[in-house]
Design a protein around this ligand. Structure first.
Ligand code: ADE
Ligand code: ZN
Length: 326
């Protein structure tokens, strides 16, 4: 294991459903009597040939159909924390997709409380601190997001501090941030943090919308900002954190080869960047592997990556958690 794997870091962009390993998928399917179209781990892995974001999301939503019981969410998160601990994670901000589970009639509170149990265990076992960030699925309607927010806010009333903000994820093209302007107005009014996936596959303008219309404090991915030099200057000047996921970008065809990833140019432009894994169960790369990938395949110097690890801790919402709990 390299020194980059072990250095202390925060993971700020991680979908807990994306940590589902093929072995776990088989085990959960068995214990919940869910029929999968796969008969073995090998068959599952063979389906992981992604050509773009949507081809991944189709498999990702199919995979999470095995998550049915609170213990599935808890076990899934615990397995991630064990792995993250091995790879130097001391703080993790965990996304989850409540609307994807509502489809199977699993309530927001069921998912969030099960994840919180795992977070408590992670703290007791490994000293890992955590925050939960539910995300709206942008391919669904504004109405669906509003109903999810209703349920989330009433859960938060009963369990103060259970989650600290909202994100926006799923299919980017045709689902601009402005579609959710009223939803995120309510999120901000509730005193919660805002993050949003933008400029992963979608245009640079979606990054502007996420900042200007949603009030996003961090941009998830944001790699396509490089197509808008004025936006790059703004992001650099305002030190807006971009949570970049290099291996995920490569596997989803955002860049054709690791060498073509815009990360070196983004660093040269003075952007504020953290390295993250996104969906490690599907990408075959946990966060420490992503750091190694930046070093070995993209030529990012070790000292730069050590700085990014330090800054990832500063870009976390950890400091404001005590404010939210108060
Ligand atoms: N949900 C899980 N992974 C995602 C990604 N890379 N982009 C958008 N939504 C996602
Ligand atoms: Zn993501």
């Amino acid at each position: 294991m390299s020194t980059l794997t072990k250095i202390s870091k925060a993971e700020l962009h991680l979908h807990i459903e994306g940590t589902l390993e093929p072995r776990m998928m088989m085990d959960f399917a068995l214990r919940n009597k869910v029929r999968l179209r796969f008969d073995s781990e090998r068959e599952i892995r063979r389906a992981y040939q992604f050509s773009n974001l949507q081809s991944f999301l189709d498999v990702y939503y199919e995979g999470m159909s095995v998550l049915r019981q609170p213990e599935d969410f808890r076990d899934l998160a615990l397995a991630y924390f064990a792995k993250a601990h091995e790879q130097g994670v001391v703080h993790a901000e965990i996304f989850f997709d409540p609307q994807a589970h509502a489809e199977r009639e699993i309530r927001f509170a069921t998912v969030a409380l099960a994840l919180r149990d795992a977070c408590d265990l992670a703290f007791n076992r490994w000293g890992i601190t955590t925050c939960l960030i539910p995300s709206f699925l942008r391919h669904l309607s504004e109405d669906s997001a509003q109903r999810t927010l209703d349920e989330a806010l009433s859960t938060l009333e009963a369990h103060p501090g259970l989650f600290i903000g909202f994100g926006l994820d799923s299919s980017e093209w045709g689902n601009p941030p402005e579609k959710f302007s009223r939803v995120f107005q309510r999120v901000r009014n509730a005193g919660l943090h805002v993050v949003a996936h933008a400029g992963e596959e979608g245009p640079a303008d979606y990054i502007r919308q996420a900042l200007d219309i949603l009030g996003a404090e961090r941009i998830d991915h944001g790699v396509r900002c490089m197509e808008d030099p004025e936006l790059v200057r703004l992001l650099a000047r305002e030190e807006i954190p971009l949570t970049v996921c290099p291996v995920s970008n490569w596997k989803l065809g955002i860049c054709k080869t690791p060498e073509q990833h815009p990360l070196p140019a983004m660093l040269d432009a003075g952007l504020r960047i953290s390295i993250n894994s996104d969906d490690p169960g599907y990408m075959g790369s946990y966060i420490g592997d992503d750091y190694d990938f930046c070093f070995s395949r993209m030529g990012i110097p070790q000292a730069t990556l050590e700085r990014l690890a330090r800054e990832s801790l500063e870009d976390s919402f950890l400091r404001s958690k005590s404010k939210i709990l108060a």
